[in-house]
Design a protein around this ligand. Sequence first.
Ligand code: SME
Length: 168
Amino acid sequence: MAQAEAFDRSAPRTERYDQLDMQCRALLTDADPIANQANFVALLHMAFGWHWVGFYRVAGDELVLGPFQGPVACTRLFKGKGVCAEAWARNAPVVVPDVDAFPGHVVCSAESRSELVLPVRNAAGEVAAVLDVDSVERGDFGQDDADRLQAMVDAVSHRLLNEGSPDV
Ligand code: SME
């Protein structure tokens, strides 16, 4: 049975990222990428309580909703519009301190105020999915969050995508 240690939400973020690093490597051991994506977003939600945390996977010219925690969200996003599409195009994290100031931001929840989106890269280095994190606080994400989360996603990307299980 999957177990996760409780997170102390009052602990500094950097400590929670350390705890997450260990937990996600231990927990994301299944060969099924959907199961691993589901537990990954659950862990992030447990650790930080962010408003919305979830995956969109690349499908042709669109991004299609995957496992998430939070309110219902847009099912499909399109190339060239929004924060998720920007991270996909750049193949790099996009930090948005104020979603209202981001041209083309796609509103899935009116409560979101800031957002961070990261690419999930396959073995060839191409973006196969994105991880989207939304907060009800303005300016909730900085470069530290982008760096820590990107390192974590890169470390387990083979587990989050349909790329076999090289470390079992
Ligand atoms: N705001 C995103 C859309 C996804 S939701 O926030 C869950 C965007 O602009 O791409």
